[in-house]
Design a protein around this ligand. Structure first.
Ligand code: NOJ
Length: 547
């Protein structure tokens, strides 16, 4: 037995919050156009309160041509008409607070939309203009500048550069886009870019948001001179991510955030190869926390899971930041499906093919994983639909796929639409309650017919449902765990198991082995992810005990 010591108990809500991620487009449709919106969210706030989460994180809701589901922002100070209005967002923030729910919004600072006024002005102003300095317009290589300025590839596939055709029809320089061509990267060396985002932060802080999720937090600064990556790069030292200058940006943001009351917070989408690199973003004067992608990517294997938990604690301890735990999000394969596959790990690059998945096994493990995740010290993220046990929708017709990764990879990568299918709220009707009836349009992605059994209505009255499990576990977590020190003590419970204690006689046991394991005598079972067999914990099942 050995003890994993974390930092001592604190009252900052974000150190132990359960945060529910809302992909607005797919959460609930209030106006019947087949796309989720703020009216839909507002009507479901009581559901979120009853679920027992502490805060909501909204994926981008800003004005956007939706070339990348809203991560291509045309106006950072307004709401896309598909979703509603600014006044409605203000109302939603107030109403969420009224339900005891804090609000985090997504800030997308690495790039904007090619329809943002800055980029349109830059194109119009022509080569060498100050308007172009806010982006990365660079002459091409080759005799006529016909080759991209360097060898960087977009995270969505293909070159990270697109050549400009000038107003007079001549071929101009190239501009950088680490994602889709509709998402030009901003030049963070430019003082106006810095000033603009500081103002955007204030704009939303003044409207009462409790914090921000920072998109591609590791990507804003680029290595001076934009050097080639080369054929055999050191992945810990790439010229387009984790460049030192990025930290100064977060220090200036933190100063702004700290002038506001209400214990507001930054969570970074920091996706880097080593825990040491990630931890630097969580120094006391930078971001407060970051998503734990190592945990999200980890296979259903107790040795690997324990290693990730230990490394997470070890990585966070020097900077005093709380760990976070997450199983799925809008960019990844839903874990019900992942856990039913032969290879249960996830990798952003290569796991989007149509691998077969055993739904029964996947669901059993996902229930156990929920109890593991909710028992660990730190913050936890629940992606909309996790609480319903939704699987990845793998058979969306090609013609309906909207994620740019599908097109840019020539169809090799099926993209992320399968985890973004609109939620089923009721067991019947054309949209399973996603849109009001009658609706003017079908849901923007079709829901599988058998999702009626997974709807909120179907699960609410079933004590054995996923939803009931999440509700009960979140309530217990709030009552017993949220206030405990951020520490756990491992207990050896045999191969294929993961077992740890927290203060107050709390124990979490996860059995990922192929045989049932005995539970300690005299312990009360607070909750279990599946039925026990003669007092034993069956395979792929987890339980919380009071010792
Ligand atoms: C990460 C976001 O989570 C993802 O959805 C988006 O496509 C990229 N950043 C680019 O903004």
């Amino acid at each position: 037995m050995y003890t994993e010591q974390g930092v001592s108990v604190t009252t900052h809500w974000w150190r132990h919050a359960a945060i529910y991620q809302i992909y607005v487009r797919s959460f609930a449709d209030g106006d019947g156009d087949g796309t989720g919106d703020l009216a839909g969210v507002r009507s479901r706030l009581p559901y979120l309160r009853e679920l027992g989460v502490d805060a909501l994180w909204f994926n981008p809701w800003y004005t956007s041509p939706m070339a990348d589901g809203g991560y291509d922002v045309a106006d950072y100070r307004d709401i896309d008409p598909l979703f509603g209005t600014l006044a409605e967002a203000e109302l939603l923030i107030t109403e969420a607070h009224g339900h005891g729910l804090r609000v985090l919004i997504d800030l997308v600072p690495n790039h904007c939309s090619d329809q943002h006024v800055w980029f349109r002005d830059a194109l119009a102003a022509g080569p060498g203009s100050p308007e172009r300095e806010r982006f990365w317009f660079v002459p091409g290589r080759g005799a006529d500048g016909e080759l991209p300025p360097n060898d960087w590839t977009s995270y969505f596939g293909g070159s990270a550069w697109t050549r400009v055709t000038e107003a007079d029809g001549t071929a101009g320089p190239w501009y950088l886009h680490m994602f889709a061509p509709e998402q030009p990267d901003l030049n963070w060396e430019h003082p106006e870019v810095r000033a603009e985002f500081e103002d955007v932060l204030r704009f939303w802080l003044d409207r009462g948001v409790d914090g921000f999720r920072i998109d591609v937090a590791h990507g804003l600064a680029k290595k001076p001179g934009l050097p080639d990556v080369g054929p055999d790069p050191d992945v810990t030292d790439l010229p387009y991510q984790d460049c030192d200058a990025v930290h100064d940006i977060y220090r200036s943001w933190r100063k702004i955030l700290d002038t506001y009351d209400g214990d507001r917070t930054f969570v970074g989408e920091v996706w880097l190869p080593t825990p040491e690199q990630s931890a630097r973003y969580l120094r006391p004067d930078e971001l407060h926390s970051a998503f734990n992608f190592d945990f999200l990517c980890c296979a259903w294997d107790t040795d690997a899971l324990r290693r990730v938990v230990e490394e997470t604690f070890a990585g966070h301890a020097p900077v005093g930041a709380p760990p976070t735990w997450v199983l799925s999000n809008h960019d990844t394969i839903r874990h019900v499906t992942r856990y039913g596959r032969e290879d249960t790990s996830f990798d952003m690059g290569d796991k989007r093919l149509l691998d077969p998945s055993d739904p029964v096994l996947g669901r059993r493990r996902a229930r156990a994983a929920a109890l593991l995740t909710l028992a660990l010290p730190g913050g936890v993220y629940v992606y909309q639909g996790d609480e319903l046990g939704l699987p990845e929708v793998q058979d969306l017709p090609d013609a309906l796929l909207q994620d740019p990764t599908f097109v840019r990879s020539g169809g090799v990568d099926r993209g992320r639409d399968g985890c973004r299918v609109p939620l089923p709220w009721s067991g019947s009707g054309a949209s399973l309650g996603f849109s009001p009836e009658p609706a003017t349009a079908a849901p923007w992605l079709p829901q599988p017919a058998d999702w009626s059994a997974l709807s909120v209505a179907a699960q609410e009255s079933d004590p054995d449902s996923f939803l009931s499990l999440y509700r009960a576990a979140l309530a217990l977590r709030r009552e017993r765990l949220a206030v405990l020190p951020e520490a756990l003590t491992w207990v050896e419970a045999g191969p294929g198991t993961l077992c740890f204690d927290r203060d107050g006689g709390f124990r979490c046991v996860v059995n990922a082995s192929e045989s049932a394991v005995a539970l300690p005598e005299g312990a009360d079972v607070l909750i279990a992810s599946g039925p026990l067999a003669d007092g034993e914990l069956p395979p792929d099942t987890a339980a919380w005990l009071s010792l």
